[in-house]
Write a protein that binds this ligand. Sequence first.
Ligand code: SAM
Length: 223
Amino acid sequence: MRVDVFTIFPGIFESPLGQSLLGKAIAEGLVEVRVHDLRRWSTDRHRSVDDEAYGGGPGMVMKPEPLFAAVESLDPDRGRVLLLSPAGRRLDQALVRELALEPHLTLLCGRYEGVDERVVSGLPAEEISIGDYVLPGGELPALVVIEAVTRLVPGVIGKEESHRRDSFSAPGLLDHPHYTRPPSFRGMEVPEVLLSGNHAEIERWRREAAEEKGRRNRPDLGD
Ligand code: SAM
């Protein structure tokens, strides 16, 4: 999978792309992430990418020209173009699975008050939100998309098993609680069934514990 990212803060991506699962996937050539400085496509001598909002208001708006020129520089191969935006379609595991099937994604990171609407209608770009809160920029949301999607690329996670049972691998389902050694820690015991070796019983306990956790933490999933 290839991902192109356009941002005015490419430095934000350096550490996350170099470490852990993602760093390894990139080093092994399973995933290619190209981070581009959007100011390269600015045409004025100040390298500006923003301007005042039509209709007034205090914040600046990202201009359409650099974003169009940047994405068009990838042609004919721009893949699916996603604009990170709190007003977008909310990212969930179903959308992550859908995006993981794409060979190429292009991610656009907003700043300021956001991006000229013609980027959405004209490029076009799909607006994607990582949740109902507002961050100052699209860089961390883009990294969330990249991490969530690339871990589903075949080969990135060693054993298929390790994401087959994750939370949201089926609608409304959360992962069950996990335990490791020691069996007793500060008076808290590992549930005995997990030490029993009885796989059918362990399966049953895990299913019930996952449902219990769902009722406690995410009653909305039962709706
Ligand atoms: N005025 C915008 C609004 O209220 O919808 C908020 C703009 S925000 C300060 C600046 C940029 O951060 C956005 O253009 C977007 O790229 C990014 N951003 C902020 N929150 C986000 C979220 N929850 N999901 C995705 N991107 C987000």
